[in-house]
Design a protein around this ligand. Structure first.
Ligand SMILES: *Cc1c(COP(=O)(O)O)cnc(C)c1O
Length: 399
């Protein structure tokens, strides 16, 4: 799955370009940097690779989401509808802008259920945020229709689906804004980093200023910049951008390995009629970082997990239902609104209501779901061994 498995001479070369000048910052020092603008170069490469008109790098994927919300004017009192299965960063970003994360059910795509989204719309709803989990996409046509009907913004959290597509368009470039994370375990890595993509120049300009203390970047030097609005520091460093530059050039290789491995694993798992697979709205667009599949019941799935652990072969297979990071069931800190500082009253009230909200539709899916992470380094023999082991254990628990 992650680009760190393919770290080598290319990354070192790009980083050394930066170390040789000593200019680790993306702005200024024009003479001393000897023509090295790694962050700018990576932004151009992101636009070229994913087909977005504009891209702005950030210090993390979380910062990219926060920046996208800010640039789109999402803040206090606004509700952002998002899925109950995601990484914690998605709601962290919503909360950090003062908006309210409205968590709703997922369906068998493992992403937002369009029906659940419709049911959650209120006069305060400002934005729908699908999260393209585990390499594959939400039903974007259905979500776009809802946005159009209710005049809502669409922000794609595509942090886990770099290189995935939907009907020919790259995930992350379809909404009003979309984000990738380049953290250490993502499909391509900068070590830490992220990006906001958009086709709207005004959104880009706001992202550019927001991530650098509101600087308009129009002065003759940083001291002469004006500050048309308040910003923060979510800048990426040149060192991190340099790593990403080497990685993005390898993306096609990563994707083709993932797709081949996914196909082989699917063929092996498909030999068991009790195994079913995640629904993928556009099967050709799956980036194939994982293969996600279901057993018929929670009981069988738990028995599978227990047996895999007993045989010490569970690593690489994720049972998100019991995982602290990815599913509402274990987000006690969120449900108790445990913030270090005072959240707004409407944020607190909404978070405290999550404990009583019915997520049984999501539970029914997540409790039967296993995601098997796909490594870039497996040999054909290893792929077969991994698949055969899953089949063997599933058959054992089926009895
Ligand atoms: C990784 C991830 C993020 C945030 O990324 P960081 O770069 O780690 O801040 C956001 N959303 C999802 C779904 C992710 O998997």
């Amino acid at each position: 799955m992650p680009g760190f498995e393919f770290f080598g001479a290319e990354e070192k070369k790009e980083v050394n370009d930066v170390l040789n000048t000593g200019i680790l910052m993306r702005y200024g020092f024009d003479g001393a940097r000897q023509g090295m603008w790694k962050a700018q170069e990576l932004e151009q490469e992101v636009c070229k690779t994913f087909g977005s008109k504009y891209a702005h790098l950030t210090s993390s994927g979380t910062a990219a989401l926060t920046t996208a919300f800010a640039a789109l004017g999402i803040g206090a009192g606004d509700e952002v509808i998002m899925p109950a299965f995601t990484f914690v960063a998605s709601f962290e970003a919503v909360l950090s802008t003062g908006a309210i994360p409205v968590l709703v059910d997922i369906d068998d795509t493992l992403t937002l259920s369009p029906a659940a989204v419709k049911a959650a719309i209120t006069p305060q709803t400002k934005c729908i945020m699908p999260v393209h989990m585990c390499g594959s996409m939400a039903d974007l046509d259905a979500l776009k229709d809802i946005c159009k009907e209710h005049n809502l913004l669409l922000v794609e959290d595509a942090c886990q689906s770099i290189g995935g597509t939907y009907k020919g368009q790259k995930l992350g470039t379809i909404g009003d804004a979309g984000t990738f994370s380049f953290d250490f375990v993502k499909t391509i890595t900068c070590g830490e980093g992220g990006v906001v993509m958009t086709n709207n120049e005004d959104v880009l300009t706001k992202c550019d200023g927001y991530t650098d203390h509101g600087h308009d970047h129009l002065g003759v030097d940083r001291g002469a910049d004006l500050h048309p609005f308040i910003g923060y520091n979510f800048r990426i460093s040149e060192l991190h951008a340099a790593v990403g530059l080497a990685q993005i050039r390898k993306l096609d290789t990563f994707l083709s390995i993932q797709k081949k491995t996914h196909k082989k694993l699917k063929n092996i798992l498909s030999t068991v009629p009790e195994i079913s697979f995640r629904r993928v709205p556009d099967a050709d667009g799956d980036s194939c970082t994982f293969i996600s599949w279901f057993l018929p019941t929670e009981e069988l799935t738990r028995a599978f997990v227990t047996e895999m652990k007993a045989q010490a072969v569970m690593p690489g297979n994720f049972y998100w239902f019991d995982n602290n990071w990815h599913y509402i069931k274990k987000w006690e800190h969120l449900k108790k609104a445990k913030s270090l500082f005072n959240l707004s009253l409407d944020q607190q009230l909404h978070l405290m209501s999550l404990d009583k909200q019915d997520f049984s539709a999501s539970d029914a899916i997540m409790s039967r779901c296993i995601s098997t992470a796909i490594s870039l380094l497996w040999s054909d023999e290893q792929i077969e061994a991994k698949g055969n082991k899953i089949v063997e254990v599933v058959k054992k628990v089926l009895g």
